[in-house]
Design a protein around this ligand. Structure first.
Ligand code: NAI
Ligand code: 15L
Length: 265
């Protein structure tokens, strides 16, 4: 399966740098975009430094693109202004540009923080109502609804991936539940871009973790089969953190420390 041209936004970020390398075999041209510098374009790469809040630049960057992997934006809890600009105005510019250029499929990097205020003793799924744990989670909930509107009105398909914690390894006990390996991230993105029919689908981006907070059965049609499992790290993380303090909201809620980050003024 090879796309003529794939667009990867947020390409200078942690996940973007991984996917830059991993998505190349799936397309002839990989267009890379970020507000930060992207380095030299390699063979088959096109680099476009763009602020997602710049409507004209975003529309121009979507020209000639078959499908989008949208990772760009603020990725942590921050003051309102940067979130508004990158995640809300930015997502709107991206979908409007996609509509104008007839783009048919988007992978939208949403976040577990859309539902971060569910407790860690609950298992939730794609139909559980949003319960954002901060402005960041709220902005991702906006992106998800925007994607749904653009599917219902214009037929642009989106896989909304509520990514858990995608890092080389889980860093704490919470991440035993939320971790997704980079290999599984790649499988999820490729499954999302190539499944024949996705409409507007929600999937939690996690590996096959024994203590997952999320049930992905409603996303089986994507054919995403995570192959890694955080249990490999369980013993070491439990030894390092034998007790959790249940008076700390970060230990009680799925969103972890995000539930008590901010306000900033
Ligand atoms: P990151 O912060 O390393 O990368 C995000 C990239 O977006 C950065 O390179 C940044 O320069 C760029 N960006 C920020 N504002 C921008 C703007 N106005 N215009 C253009 N580019 C802008 O984050 P990471 O970890 O790579 O995450 C990628 C995506 O996945 C983000 O959307 C994040 O919210 C989402 N995600 C990541 C998770 C993880 O565990 N890594 C978990 C849940 C969601
Ligand atoms: C996210 O949404 C963040 O982008 C990422 O940096 C992690 O903090 C992750 O969630 C998490 O919840 O562990």
């Amino acid at each position: 399966f090879r796309f003529k041209r794939l667009l990867l936004t947020g390409a200078a970020g942690g996940l973007g740098r991984e996917l830059r390398r991993r998505l190349k075999p799936y397309c002839i041209a990989l267009r890379l975009s970020d507000i930060d510098p992207l380095g030299e374009a390699g063979a088959g790469e096109e680099c476009v430094q763009t602020d997602l809040a710049d409507k004209a630049a975003v529309h121009a960057m979507l020209e000639g693109v078959d499908a989008v992997v949208h990772l760009g934006g603020v990725s942590t809890e921050q003051p309102w202004e940067p979130i508004l600009s990158a995640n809300i105005v930015g997502a709107y510019n991206l979908y409007e540009g996609a509509r104008k250029h007839g783009i048919k499929r988007v992978f939208f990097a949403s976040s577990n923080h859309v539902t971060g205020f569910y407790r860690q003793d609950q298992v939730i799924d794609a139909d559980t109502p949003p319960r954002p744990d901060g402005l960041y989670g709220l902005s991702k909930a906006f992106g998800e609804d925007l994607a749904r509107l653009y599917f219902d009105r214009y037929g642009i398909e989106t896989v909304v991936a509520r990514i858990g914690s995608s890092f080389p390894e889980p860093k704490n006990r919470r991440m035993l539940s939320t971790w997704m390996s980079y290999d599984d991230l790649e499988h999820l993105v490729v499954a999302s871009l190539t499944a024949p029919v996705v409409g507007w689908s929600v999937v939690y981006g996690i590996s096959d973790n024994s203590s997952a907070f999320y049930d992905n059965r409603k996303a089986r049609h994507l054919g995403f089969r995570p192959r890694d499992n955080s249990d490999v790290y369980r013993h070491a993380l439990e030894e390092a953190e034998p007790q959790v303090d249940l008076d700390d909201p970060a230990s009680l809620y799925q969103g972890g420390a995000f539930v008590r980050t901010g306000p900033f003024e």
